[in-house]
Design a protein. Structure first.
Lengths: 119, 119
């Protein structure tokens, strides 16, 4: 991780949707890329905000009171404690930034909790 | 800042190069967009890494021992304590993420130290 990180190249290494790839660090935060396809699970992070930047495609971040619609070049930070559920009708590519140790499924847990692979 | 942030729209609000625009927060980090045109100043941040994601154009992050060349969709995190000097021959658009209170000129200070405007 000593040099530039090409996000599209990293995304091409991911085998499937909702398997985040760890691409680097910013202090005690992790930088992840993920393919989103279909609906994830409703969850929240009580201790941290949650950063989403869409790199390609279209992402909907469902909140309980509205949907946040994001296209490429658009970002949204889900405030801590706010329930959300990402979904994409077609594959979308997303950059995520979260504190180290933050589980992708937040408080929900379950089978979709991912072990991030360094890519 | 309650809704999606369109990076290109935010960049269009910036009047000139090296005047960062504050577009949001991630916990105690600030999210900034900036136009880079020409050479900045050599500096370092002793207490934090420094995140650069190129959104358009081409950015060179000069380090003392090499140059990091970044095109759109490429990022680099300058490790804390490492001297660097960004430059762009033509205007490049960049997303920056830094802890609150981090000055853009790091330890160098001087006339190019910017007061970030929320945009």
């Amino acid at each position: 991780m000593d040099d530039r990180i090409n996000l599209a190249e990293k995304l091409a290494l991911l085998p499937e949707a909702y398997q985040p790839g760890l691409i680097g660090y910013l202090n005690d935060y992790k930088l992840l890329v993920v393919k989103v396809d279909g609906e994830f699970v409703w969850h929240k992070h009580d201790d941290t905000d949650d950063f989403f930047l869409v790199l390609s495609g279209h992402l909907t971040i469902q909140l309980r009171d509205r949907d946040i619609e994001l296209s490429a070049g658009e970002l949204y930070v889900v405030p801590r404690g706010v329930e959300h559920c990402p979904k994409a009708d077609d594959e979308a590519h997303v950059l995520l930034i979260e504190p180290l140790g933050t589980p992708n499924t937040g408080d929900a847990g379950g089978e979709r909790t991912a072990v991030e692979q360094q890519i």
